[in-house]
Design a protein around this ligand. Structure first.
Ligand code: TRP
Length: 453
């Protein structure tokens, strides 16, 4: 109990989460574009159901375990990521620094994409559902390849993110997401119901749910792993930072399980809402980053009160994106406040501003700067590939090695709240983190650098 008292006073000075607030914040961080935009797009470009199968398995084995690793290190450290790693050993603080320096990259394209979402909210109110299905692709590319409108919405979204972080994490946003996230969930269910009654539903379901095992290649595995990291917000210590605001008695195992489950559920529902529409309107599952922006409006126009649904859906997606982008920004901001003695608003502006500037390049990458590309990948694709497929899994691997090989007793004590709960799960989890997760991630990296596969 001495521990609990100590935590309380520490948390007061850092402004802590209540237990309920923490689940909401962590789920808010996880659920966003990763589930609704990136998951269908990745499934579409990586063979459909084959990808989904690998994703579900990897989520259960690697995703949940690493989420628990971050929760564990964060709550134990009760400080920004760099100091939390230092608390285990100063040798490991570089892992926190990798997250710190990669935050602006994630922030940049997350904000550009969220800006597109803001635009689609407004356009839905102004008659997007009247654009014929065949014209939705041109509509999308016309918008993203222009210069000023996407930049303007990117600026707007960046400003909202910075504003919320400048005011402090639990002010307001917690209350809002408590109401709005369930509404988004219900709306997604309604869209799934509409999609499943479209004429192409059977083809869509087959593509999404009946795996062709021959399509499981290393490329698909790499993509599924990257998807898990991005979608769960795991790897760059964002979840670690959130957990550092917790007090001692949260059940971390349960929270990691609940958050992963809902994250996966929302992604799968997003697939169910997109792929029937893709096949109904003769679109290509492989159409890439534009997939949801091109297919969803077609579903809306086939619904009664379509424009209303459309406005509501994109608006709620903007909110879901905000609860994700603030978790990216909070990570480096926590460090700057605690270590560099910079005020919260100033830290939010510095890092958020950097993310905004990088995002300008991302946004122009679809228009004026589209000549910049590697292997036909746009600037957004390059950032996302580097971030999700390399940086996040690398940090995930390092965090697993730290907890697996250098911190057994402490980690178990933390996960079990001083040996009071989860006493049989903890050693199993620790074994997975020590052997299974590193082995799988090393294989993925070997295939990434083409040593195998
Ligand atoms: N997980 C969020 C989503 O699915 C995005 C996100 C939040 C993220 N924090 C992150 C991605 C940290 C990478 C790293 O939309």
């Amino acid at each position: 109990m001495k521990n609990a008292v100590k935590n309380d006073s520490l948390n007061k000075s850092r402004g802590g989460f209540t237990s309920r607030g923490f689940i909401l914040a962590a789920a808010g961080s996880a659920i966003g574009l990763g589930n609704i935009w990136r998951f269908p797009y990745m499934a579409g470009t990586n063979g459909g159901a084959a990808f989904v199968l690998v994703y579900v398995i990897a989520m259960a084995v690697i995703g949940v375990s690493l989420l628990l690793v971050e929760f564990n290190i964060g709550r134990h450290g009760r400080a920004n990521a760099i100091d939390s790693y230092s608390k285990i050993s100063s040798k490991f603080k570089f892992i926190g620094y990798i997250g710190f320096f990669s935050a602006p990259i994630f922030l940049s394209y997350y904000s550009v994409l969220s800006g597109w979402t803001v635009y689609y909210t407004l356009k839905s109110a102004a008659g997007l559902t009247h654009v014929p299905a065949a014209g939705l692709g041109d509509f999308f590319f016309g918008f993203v390849s222009s210069t000023w409108p996407p930049l303007l919405f990117h600026l707007l979204f960046s400003a909202m993110t910075i504003y919320i972080i400048a005011k402090g994490v639990s002010n307001g946003i917690e209350r809002w997401s408590k109401i709005l996230m369930p509404v988004l969930f219900i709306l997604i269910l309604a869209l799934v119901a509409r999609s499943l009654t479209l004429s192409g539903a059977a083809d869509g379901l087959r593509w999404f749910l009946a795996p062709d095992f021959s399509k499981i290649t290393w490329k698909v595995v790499i993509a599924a792993i990257g998807q898990i990291f991005f979608s769960l917000s795991v790897g760059m210590s964002g979840m670690l930072t959130y957990a550092s605001y917790l007090n001692g008695d949260e059940n971390l195992v349960k929270t990691a399980g609940v958050v992963s489950f809902f994250d996966m559920l929302v992604a799968l529902l997003a697939g169910l809402m997109i792929f029937p529409a893709v096949f109904t309107y003769g679109m290509e599952p492989t159409s890439g980053v534009g997939l949801i922006f091109i297919t969803l409006p077609a579903v809306f126009s086939a619904m009664p009160l379509g424009s209303l649904f459309s406005v509501a859906f994109f608006a709620l997606l903007v909110v879901a994106n905000l609860t994700s982008s603030i978790s990216i920004l909070e990570m480096p901001v926590a460090y700057l406040i605690e270590r560099k003695k910079i005020s919260r608003p100033k830290a939010a502006i510095i890092v958020g501003g950097l993310g905004f500037l990088l995002g300008v390049a991302v946004s122009l990458g679809y228009g004026a700067w589209s000549f910049i590309s590697i292997n036909e990948m746009s600037i957004l694709d390059i950032f996302d590939y580097l971030g999700s497929n390399i940086i996040l899994p690398l940090c995930g691997l390092l965090s697993a090695v730290v907890v697996g090989w250098f911190w057994r007793e402490g980690a178990i004590q933390e996960v079990t709240n001083n040996y009071t709960i989860n006493t049989w799960v903890a050693p199993v989890w620790h074994g997975i983190v020590k052997f299974v997760v590193p082995a799988l991630l090393v294989l993925v990296f070997l295939s990434l650098i083409k040593v195998i596969g």
